[in-house]
Ligand binder design. Structure first.
Ligand code: PMP
Length: 367
């Protein structure tokens, strides 16, 4: 039996899991989570009733996240990584006969998961600086009226955050759900969560006939524990949005999709915000050092509001540099085959030592 076409097409997408001493290809946190969190988790595991299914609606975790973001638990939906959150959104609001707008180049899983759920993908452009191209976006909203709009901010793999004005403009001009994917939100100077907690959002319209209507109710922000929380292995993500969106996602998710250990791990992690903020500050500081050093090495570098940097060698082929780095045991993300990013690579900000190793390897390759 032949494999579905859209699955076959994704065969080349995933980052190769090759051996390298310095792994700067998947935007993880370079730091382990706090040791005290792990000890607390280990202690609490003793009282998990493993013979029972977990809390189906993850009440304690959702309440903890609600307190953390100053919203209500009914506005929080959790999934196995933000990828599953995105999948549930698409299952609930996309599907056959419906469409989603994405703006390329962007996180490839948005359109991949959309296709898997039978949702038509309408791909818009970004401008020279990789920001949303309003003219193209307006054309798409007017012509296709997509049920969902994905804004990745900061955008992976380009790194820039969209402005508050842009997010408000998209809410104004489109009529579907506006999903701001903030997997890297904590590294950026502002978050669309600030719109959700603003007073206008407190008076959200109720859902009528299963449809989510008002501008405020159409904004959804997705977040993950995989990056800033240094918990990629736990596979935990969530969204903050209207209660109607949350209950629709709950319907779309499989029963008991969030295991008890994950619910516990996430809830306990939220008590370590100061440690997370420290890790973010270290990454942001190293990002600045990397950006400056990479420019000095003569690379074309794009500004970043995330924990990674998009770059391109000017005097050699991007793929050749990627191979040269790998020979020196430094693994970065190869984007050279992406149509809008010809010759580009992406490096995740690592520890100070990892970043120095990356810079030394680049210097050797270019020298
Ligand atoms: N959104 C974006 C923009 C990402 O880059 C990633 C991870 N690469 C995800 C979502 C998914 O993250 P996770 O499923 O680990 O939460």
């Amino acid at each position: 039996m032949p494999v579905r076409e859209d699955i076959r097409l994704m065969a080349g997408y995933h980052s190769p899991q090759v051996e390298a001493a310095v792994r700067l290809n998947t935007n993880e946190s370079p730091f382990a989570p706090p040791g005290a969190w792990l000890r607390e988790l280990q202690a609490e595991l003793a009282s998990v009733p493993f013979n029972r299914y977990p809390d189906r609606s993850a009440r304690e975790l959702r309440s903890a996240l609600a307190r953390f973001h100053d919203v209500t638990p009914e506005q929080v939906f959790c999934g196995n990584g933000s990828n599953e959150v995105i999948q549930c959104l698409l299952l609930a609001f996309g599907g056959p006969g419906r469409s989603v707008a994405v703006f390329e180049p962007t996180y490839a899983m948005h359109s991949h998961i959309a296709r898997l759920t039978g949702t038509r993908v309408i791909a818009g452009r970004r401008d020279e600086e990789h920001m949303l191209d309003r003219e193209d976006a307006k054309r798409i909203f007017d012509e296709h009226s997509p049920e969902l709009v994905f804004l990745c901010s900061p955008n992976n793999p380009t790194g820039r955050v969209e402005t508050r004005e842009t997010v408000e403009w998209v809410l104004e001009c489109s009529r579907g759900l506006v999903v701001v994917d903030e997997a890297y939100g904590q590294f950026a100077p502002w978050s669309a969560l600030s719109l959700i907690s603003s007073p206008t959002f407190a008076e959200m319209e109720p859902v009528r006939n299963g449809a989510v209507g008002s501008k405020a109710a159409r904004l959804v922000v997705t977040r993950t524990f995989s990056k800033t929380w240094a918990m990629a292995a736990a596979r935990l993500g969530y969204l903050i949005g209207h209660a109607g969106v949350v209950s629709a996602c709950q319907e779309a998710a499989l029963p008991y999709h969030l295991d008890a250990v994950k619910q516990l791990a996430g809830r306990l992690a939220l008590e370590w915000k100061a440690e997370m903020d420290e890790r973010i500050a270290m990454v942001v500081q190293e990002r600045g050092r990397l950006l400056e050093s990479m420019r000095e090495l003569g690379l074309r570098v794009w500004p970043s509001d995330a924990n990674f940097i998009l770059f391109k060698p000017l005097d050699c082929d991007g793929r050749v540099l990627w191979e040269g780095l790998l020979e020196r045991s430094v693994l970065v993300r190869d984007l050279t085959a992406w149509p809008e990013l010809k010759g580009c690579l992406r490096v995740t900000v690592g520890t100070r030592d990892e970043n120095s190793a990356f810079l030394a390897a680049v210097r050797e390759c270019l020298g």
